[in-house]
Design a protein around this ligand. Structure first.
Ligand code: SF4
Length: 94
């Protein structure tokens, strides 16, 4: 008698599959840069990726907390770069 590995299609299994397909791609290099000379203190970066960006309490300029964030933070960092009104943020990836 053959034994087959059949999993029931339960909500738990479906959720696992969904999480696997949404897993962010890991980049070999993902290096964040923040240019305080360009920053105008709008704060979009801290709203989108608070684990990676902060603002200094005096001028409100960006403070880079983590230039090499975890893969699960890459999407939020890309959003922060895209939404920064002054072009102060960039990511080197590859
Ligand atoms: S979003 Fe851009 S301009 Fe705004 S605080 Fe962050 S780096 Fe500065």
């Amino acid at each position: 008698m053959a034994v087959e590995n059949i999993q029931e299609n339960t909500p738990e299994n479906s959720q696992e599959t969904s999480q696997e397909t949404e897993k962010p791609a890991e980049d070999a290099v993902f290096r964040v840069r923040a240019d305080r000379a360009k920053c105008c203190g709008a704060g979009m970066c801290t709203l989108n990726a608070p684990e990676v960006f902060d603002q200094d309490p005096d001028e409100g300029l960006v403070v880079l907390l983590d230039p090499d964030p975890l893969p699960e933070q890459h999407r939020a960092v890309r959003d922060a770069v895209r939404l920064c009104p002054s072009g102060a943020l960039s990511v080197e990836q590859g």
